[in-house]
Design a protein around this ligand. Structure first.
Ligand code: FES
Length: 150
């Protein structure tokens, strides 16, 4: 079971590893352009999907029901974003140091957090980097209870 954390000094998602989750964790296999059933998303609201055509993407839904599919690599230390979570305000949050991404623009909206990487000048620098090296976005829609590439 995945434990979600809320302290700014903890990981965004409870992982058993001492290093960033840089490997995929059994991605869902897309069936053509059908990526994942909405009901297969858990409380994290995002998962990794192997699309074949575009590689493994982070695919999910924001709390208002907007689907998204973005590249899966955090710009900070390369954690897999599909192993993170979607926050209440609709950001995709890295599972490791909790950088936040706008799933509509792909930009990093908050830099890394925590006792070390949350040091403001450092965190702000990475936010600036994440605004240049945005996540790649893919057009998707919800249809027949699933998220599809359009
Ligand atoms: S690896 Fe994503 S914020 Fe550090």
């Amino acid at each position: 079971m995945t434990g979600l954390r809320n302290s700014p000094h903890e990981r965004g998602v409870d992982t058993p590893s001492l290093i960033p989750p840089v490997l995929h964790d059994h991605p869902v296999r897309a069936q053509g352009r059908r990526l994942v059933a909405v009901d297969d998303l858990d409380e994290r609201r995002v998962t990794e999907v192997d699309t074949g055509e575009h590689g493994v993407l982070a695919v999910g839904l924001t709390p208002d029901g907007t689907p998204f599919a973005v590249s899966n690599l955090c710009r900070h230390q390369f954690a897999k974003l599909g192993r993170g979570r979607v926050t209440e305000d609709g950001c995709l949050q890295c599972p490791w140091h909790r950088a936040d991404y706008d799933v509509h623009s792909g930009a990093m909206t908050n830099g890394p957090k925590g006792r070390i990487f949350g040091f403001k000048p450092y965190s702000s620098t990475f936010k600036a980097v994440g605004n240049v090296l945005k996540l790649r976005r893919y057009d998707v829609e919800v249809r027949d209870g699933a998220i599809w590439l359009t």
